[in-house]
Ligand binder design. Structure first.
Ligand code: 4HU
Length: 446
């Protein structure tokens, strides 16, 4: 840290411990396990990321919404065996209510849409950036919180909504320098699964559970997948038939298997045709194994992946036309995605695309004499009222210290208030990039 600028004793900025204070056990100054602090440098990167989330949302005509980070636990209790349920950060509050830190934003959106009911005019295009939580045994050392950008379209049954959502993510990737050679989207539809299960007369109510098991297809051994499917009630034949379809990577092949009459093929063909028109065909590929890990998806599902295969899914989403009725509301066609703030940063680091973001203050204002501190404050106020950022030096500091601080904060100008000049109503301006120095009347300063 900088020298203490001639102040007596102690470290710069810290008070000397009082002689009478008893020995205090130092607390653990790290944040709780699985959570992060955002000191200035990290906060600048987060703000940069969120700025692009917000800019894309604005360009696509979406409105920002938000919800409490704390929700009723009931919003997330689904019986499909999802990981998100097993890791729910839930507890009983002092009013004996079962509550949970939200693990995702979509159920909150559904709750708000039901609450607002007829007062809403559809289609809704809403976005949110919210911190989401999970309580995972730290054995895996994974994070327990992340920020998610969500975009949702409600009231549009057409696949044009999914096409628009994927277009918005492509637009985001392009803004931060990620191209189709870095990432892609695996796209499928849960209607593929539905049509296959129907062929084997699997009861509809097993659909959600089967999806959650299938979502683990690349995370656990295939024998475990088969065992879990059989335990859920699927026959060996149904399991084999299902796994065979899930290995399909071409729409043409899928059509040969399923026939061309079903909704799955129609939806997927429309989406790939729209992708052509949106100009992002190179970004997407059909992959029947994509089902996503949330039980409420009912149609098109997609996930962004890094082509080098080093990272977990970057983002994911899909259609969820039946979510509102699970909360007792009237169903509205809906689709959306979630985009976390962590994997994308790992990708940017991999690609050398993390931006240089330094503190940028326009002016440092410093009184050269203690009795000019009030004048310096006036100078700072005048500049701030003109929209200029000012780092006002708040204590008597030697010029060496001020120059060091100006360098650290990338200040563009140094405004010095000295007795000699102030006698003539002038202040000294030093342009730090050029070294140019001049005197100017306070009222002419801008
Ligand atoms: O994507 C699943 C998830 C949910 C909440 C918090 C974190 Br970290 N991860």
């Amino acid at each position: 840290s900088s020298d203490n600028g001639g102040r007596s004793g102690g470290r710069s900025g810290a008070l000397s411990p009082s002689p009478v204070a008893e020995e205090v056990q130092r607390i653990d100054v790290n944040p709780p396990k699985g959570t992060r602090d955002f000191p200035p440098e990290d906060m600048r990167l987060r703000n940069w990321l969120f700025f692009h989330f917000r800019e894309v949302s604005r360009l696509f005509g979406f409105e920002e919404v938000d919800y409490p980070v704390l929700e009723s636990e009931a919003l997330f209790i689904r019986k499909a065996g999802e990981e998100i349920r097993d890791q729910l950060y839930c507890f009983e509050d002092r009013g004996n209510r079962r509550v949970a830190l939200r693990p995702e934003l979509t159920p909150s959106l559904a709750r708000l849409v039901i609450q607002k009911g007829k007062s809403l005019s559809f289609p809704l295009k809403w976005f949110a950036i919210g911190q989401c939580w999970r309580y995972e045994r730290m054995t895996r050392g994974r994070r327990r919180e992340h920020y998610q950008w969500n975009m949702d379209v409600l009231g549009v049954p057409e696949v044009t909504a999914e096409a628009e959502l994927i277009a918005s993510i492509v637009a985001f990737f392009k803004r931060i320098g990620i191209t189709e050679s870095d990432v892609g989207f695996k796209v499928s539809s849960r209607k593929v699964l539905q049509e296959v299960l129907r062929c084997y007369s699997v009861p509809e109510n097993l659909f959600g559970k089967v999806c959650i098991i299938i979502d683990k297809i690349e995370k656990i051994p295939i024998d475990e997948i088969k065992r879990e499917l059989n335990a859920t009630g699927l026959s060996e034949e149904a399991t084999e038939g299902l796994l065979q379809v899930l290995s399909i990577k071409s729409l043409t092949k899928l059509e040969e298997i399923l026939g061309g009459a079903g909704e799955a093929i129609a939806d997927l063909k429309q989406l790939f045709s729209l992708a052509e028109k949106f100009g992002y065909s190179e970004w997407i590929q059909f992959d029947a194994s994509v089902v996503r890990g949330l039980a409420y998806y009912t149609g098109i599902v997609f996930e962004g992946f890094d082509r080098e295969g080093k990272l977990r899914a970057i983002c994911g989403g899909g259609r969820y036309d039946r979510l509102l009725s699970t909360f007792g509301g009237d169903d509205v066609p809906a689709c959306g995605f979630g985009f976390g703030d962590a994997v994308i940063v790992e990708l940017l680091k991999e690609k050398g695309l993390v931006p240089e973001l330094s503190l940028e203050v326009e002016n440092i204002v410093c009184a050269l004499d203690h009795d000019l501190q009030a004048v310096a404050a006036t100078v700072a106020t005048k500049l701030r009222e003109k929209g200029q950022s000012v780092d006002l030096v708040l204590e008597s500091k030697p010029l060496k210290w001020v120059f060091k601080r100006a360098a650290r904060t990338n200040a563009q100008r140094l405004i010095l208030v000295g007795n000699t000049e102030w006698q003539r109503g002038m202040v000294v301006v030093k342009v730090l990039s050029s070294g140019e120095q001049y005197e100017i009347k306070l009222d002419e300063l801008e």
